[in-house]
Design a protein around this ligand. Sequence first.
Ligand SMILES: [Zn+2]
Length: 575
Amino acid sequence: MRWMMVMLLVGMTWWHLRAEPTYVCQRTRSAIIVDGRLEEIAWQRAKPLSPMRDLSGAPAQYQAAIYMTYDAQYLYIAARLPEKNLTATLTERDSIIYRDDDFEVFIDPTCTGTNYLELEINQLNTVWDLFITAPYREGARCIALHDWDIKGLKTAVTLQGTLNDGVANDQSWTVEIAWPWASITGHSELPRRGAAPAPGTEMRFNFSRVDHKGGVETNTVWAPTRQATIHAPEHWGRVCFSGNEVGTPESFPAKVGLWVHGNDKALTEDTVKLWADAGITTLVIDGSSEAIARISAWGKAAGLECVAWFWTLNRPEDTEALKHPHWYAVSAEGKSCFKEADRPFVAYYQFLCPSHPEVRAYLRRKVVEIASIPTVDAVQLDYIRQPDVVLPKALWANYGVDMQTILPAYDFCYCPQCVQQFGSTPSATSPAWRDFRLQAVAETANWLAEAVRNSGKRCGAAVFPTPPMAASMVYQDWSRFQLDFAFPMVYASFYGEENAWILERVREGQQQIAGRFPIFPGLHLPDFGDDFTSMVSALLAINPEGLCLFSHETFTPERRAQLRSALSNAAERVK
Ligand SMILES: [Zn+2]
């Protein structure tokens, strides 16, 4: 039951079909000092990996209690190895460490069985690190780079006993490792170079201890390879990275977000409690910093996760931005969002240029300000896009436009900054120019997400239904975004579509993102009636991480009751 819950949260419902061991590595927000003493709260809270086996899978004579956690910079590994007779001789880095008793870590960050990393360490804290291009059985394809070093690696060993005294009265040795993400995900094969993995990311690991007793070498591992070597990455264990703080339960129910317009004066702490009772787990709050702080404090008091909703590139009535006319996005017709008369569709479309360095610096400052509110757990980037070059179909009539082709009046950002960076004359139909603008938006998103993570918070975005739709409608290819989560706004009525369309778009989005971060599909509450319960159930069946609801004004008592019933049905199904 509990294991099933873990799988639901990490969205890996197929895990139970797998023979290899698995582990959910949770994040730490408190510091870890690499001194081999494991006194940090994170190590007290982290769960150990499953017991070690011998290579064949049989129960092992030797054991190690292994723990993992991570933060933005490092993957942390700790191990306590019971040992009666502490013995070590090798002191030179990159010696063949397994000739001593050792502890070994193997990481296949891409789960491809190629380009994997190995670290061996002995009781003298001597390290051998190597990069291996393919398993040894592949002959010439296997190159083991002994000269490769894990840049910034920190290791420490403490001994519970006396080294090399030849007396079998020792207790154990303890290893603590901080392995920089820059040296795990830092090679070109990997999509997230140098960054901590997004929640939901999976990597393959193995751990091993080598013991030499009475002339016999024993190899004990976490994931049995069922052959004479550990160099069979296809049999290694699976580690899934969770965004949850180390020690918190990875529990059902799924997350259910509610978009909240924070400037609504009618909101009270009791309203927030009603939402929590209905099964809402997460508030996504917009409005002034004061409103976000006030409502998120109520949210925290009700046990809810609180996400600040940040208007990113569309900044209506931003008095500071309005002092800089050259910050604003410009259409193919040369009209700027700065001037009210020139704005596309509506007066509040006050879009900034995604490429301008001053714009990025300004937004970074604003987003960090919002992320720094103590009761805010994460930030959602909204309007991280250009104005609609193609509006959702059902809205064409409202604005009297036919958007089957790209209309220059709605096609942004042709500002001098962008044109100069692009380096040649833009043409609406040029794939390179399209890609330049997709990249400009993605880079702004990633730059801001990094700033939010550096403030110790998570960062997500509200996005159009699927990456290809978002790319063609608003230059928002969110498959290029490096996020902790996304809320795809699968608002069927905007597209003249029905409920089945929602599920199809969610599946497409999942395929495009391939588990790099969880998605919480956004439902447009006014679109639903009696079908709301079945919609939530159907969505949870294909996307057990959860969903999000837009917005609080239409989260009526009837919808609350329907949500409660859909969530309790889902919980029943899990049992
Ligand atoms: Zn521009």
